[in-house]
Design a protein around this ligand. Sequence first.
Ligand code: TYM
Length: 376
Amino acid sequence: MAGDDEEMIVTPWEVAGRIDYSRLIKEFGTQPITKDLLKRIEKHAGTLHLQLRRGLFFSHRDLDWILDMYESGIRFVLYTGRGPSGPVHIGHMIPWIFTKHLQDVFGSKLYFQMTDDEKFLINPDFTLEKTRNFAYDNALDVIAVGFDAKKTKIIMDVEDAEIIYRIALKVAKKITFSTIKAAFGLTESSNIGIIFFPAIQAVPCFLESELTGENVPCLIPAAIDQDPYWRITRDVAPKLGYFKPAQIHCKFLPGLGKGGKMSASMPETCIFTTDPPEVVERKIWNAFTGGKPTIKEHKLHGGDPSICPVYYYDYYLFEEDDDKLNETYMKCRNGELLCGDHKIMLAEKVKKFLKEHQKKREKAKDKLDDYLFKKK
Ligand code: TYM
């Protein structure tokens, strides 16, 4: 488990240690989301989405420029994705829920990439058939988020190779091995597929431009772990005559254990979108909290919501109402709210959310063709 004392590592394939988001902004060379920027977004949205209001989306590149373009009448496309390596967890849903909000506000077209090739190349045990199956399964979760079918295309890297490969070649020709090696920490023993792969993840940034012959700006909502891909893509873009893709980065939803992001590699600390209610209850019941070891001590000294995943799930996803959230914070802090009771309250909210999501996921099975870039 990623503990607090481990060295901070944030790459697309590994996240470990206590994440210092201010340090990441400096090291990755991104910009913090300022109050002014929030005001500009609020002007268009009419309200500030929970994930912006609470600082979950915290960093960006060229978001101000995207808004300039939009305000001058130039449309932009959205781009996000998933590396299908197993079932989807609620951490993955964070950037997707936010992307849906942006699609609603700005009416943007969305390209959603399924990198079945990436996961095949990274995981020694995966066959192409396995990652393909995960991709189709995960697409149901994407559709269940509620994206506009008329404006959303899900691209499957392997099956849509015909369109992707031609653009990837143009990108790849502008990137050297030493750049990829440094950005992704690859070594001489890395397989050559993964050396080429960043060119594939760059493709959807330029897809709309390639398909329409216009230069169309692109905005990518994702967690900050995907940033190395965008650094490279931004260097290549002007060389191909395209705008640099803009980004808006979110923090990681923590797992239910002590420290670390929610990660499918630790399934007991992870809530999958397909988990049945009794499994959700068990996982939340076993969660680490910021509470004191005994009820007596807890009531006397209070808990610490700042290290508590149970509180964080309310904060990031499940408690819309800022006043109610504040009340929960205060009651945790002064020991009035016991961790067991808080866990039961959270489990009810998560079960309700998943019940709805699972219904939509079932219905999505009949809608796949409406969303796929290339129909089955
Ligand atoms: P993947 O499948 O690792 O993750 C999918 C999306 O979820 C984000 N994410 C999280 N967000 C919040 N909390 C967490 N605990 C958490 N864990 C993962 C990731 O940042 C990502 O946005 N290579 C990519 C697939 C991809 C992609 C893209 C992602 C292709 N093109 C464009 C974003 C944007 C991958 O393996 O994502």
